[in-house]
Design a protein. Sequence first.
Length: 72
Amino acid sequence: MAGGRGIRRGPSAGATDELRFQSVKDPVNVHDLHATILYQFGFYHQRLTFRVQGRDFRLTDVERDPVRALGE
C-alpha cells in the first residue's frame, strides 16, 4: 500500500511471534484491513453496500474503521 493516500513508507502495525504464525501485538481484523484498503483508494467504506435477499451487507461489516497506524 506504499504510495497510497496518507501511507508512510515502510510502516508496520502490530507484531508476530518468532515463527510469524500468530499475531501477538495489535491484531488487525480482516474487515479493518478492507476498510483501510478502500480508504487508500478514496472510497468511503460505509457507503459501499450490496443487497442480498433483502438485506444490506457491507464489505467492512458493521462497525469497522481504517487502521490509523498505517496512515496519517
